[in-house]
Design a protein around this ligand. Structure first.
Ligand SMILES: [Zn+2]
Length: 275
């Protein structure tokens, strides 16, 4: 441990002792408080959390350990926030996850989900933790860590559309999977919800995936149907084979203005990207 680390960890320990599962005690303007968990999800069991830090010697590993005092509760509560964003109620058709392996370790990248069936695994990079904590700001680290968890846990719990390609970086299937994950992250407040924010990429379209698609889905939830994200997730079961137009018509009605190209155009104009 170098000097910088020990000073950081002292500061962290002081703050962490007052935190419960890293809930920020005060929130700067730009960092959204964790959204409230609805009553119906408060006791929902998203699966057993198998948490471990596999690179405890790294600065990121030490920072995580100091800040997230109760990882099981932290991950479980954030899973409930994801679930209430994706589903209407615990009675919905929700993938039955028995175990969530959550591994903090040293690797190139930020975070990714693997595994399948009833067991998912999420890896989170110690290098990224260290970078996110560069200013010694625990609230920023929590905001970033929660944002990454929202994205990856969406992959654990989202429905999977059929007949629309594979996870290839360009198919409708891929844009649904990655677009929904970032829509949930925006809706839960861990990307800025202001469309003028630099968090929102410019250009692209609904097939671009990630934030480009995510902000579009979030806009639809604000402007077309407050349950849009839940209904969009459910189109994976109700629109087979799945397509963007099919999903939009299913949710918003088959009429002029509701093709995905028309809605994208309306969105781009509304947020001022298209003059
Ligand atoms: Zn993803």
């Amino acid at each position: 441990m170098n000097n910088k680390t020990s000073i950081l960890l002292l500061a962290v320990a002081a703050v962490a002792s007052s935190l419960s599962a890293a809930i920020p005690t005060k929130s700067p303007v730009n960092y959204h408080e964790p959204i409230a968990i609805e009553r119906q999800w408060r006791h929902y069991d998203p699966g057993k959390i198998d948490f471990r830090i596999e690179s405890p010697e790294t600065e990121g590993g030490k920072i995580y350990k100091a800040i997230i005092s109760d990882p099981d509760k932290y991950i479980t509560d954030n899973a409930r926030r994801v679930l209430q964003t994706l589903y209407f109620s615990p009675a919905d058709s929700i993938p039955d996850i028995h175990v969530i392996d959550y591994v903090v370790r040293d690797f190139d990248g930020i975070s990714y989900k693997s595994g399948g069936g009833n067991n998912v695994r999420i890896d989170y990079s110690t290098d990224w933790i260290e970078k996110s904590f560069a200013d010694g700001d625990t609230i920023k680290l929590d905001y970033e860590t929660r944002g990454v968890i929202y994205h990856e846990l969406t992959h654990a719990f989202q429905l999977s559309p059929e007949g629309c390609g594979s996870y290839d970086g360009k198919s409708p299937y891929w844009s649904f999977i990655e677009g929904t994950a970032d829509a949930v992250r925006v809706a839960c407040g861990c990307f800025q919800q202001d469309f003028a924010s630099k968090d929102r990429p410019r250009g692209g379209n609904w097939m671009s995936g990630y934030r480009t698609t995510g902000y579009f889905l979030y806009w639809l939830s604000l402007n077309k149907d407050k349950d849009f994200i839940r209904k969009f997730n459910r189109t994976a079961l109700e629109v087979v084979p799945w397509s963007w137009d099919g999903a939009m018509y299913h949710i918003l009605g088959k009429k002029k203005g509701n093709s995905v190209a028309e809605l994208w155009d309306e969105y781009q104009t509304a947020i001022g990207d298209k003059k």
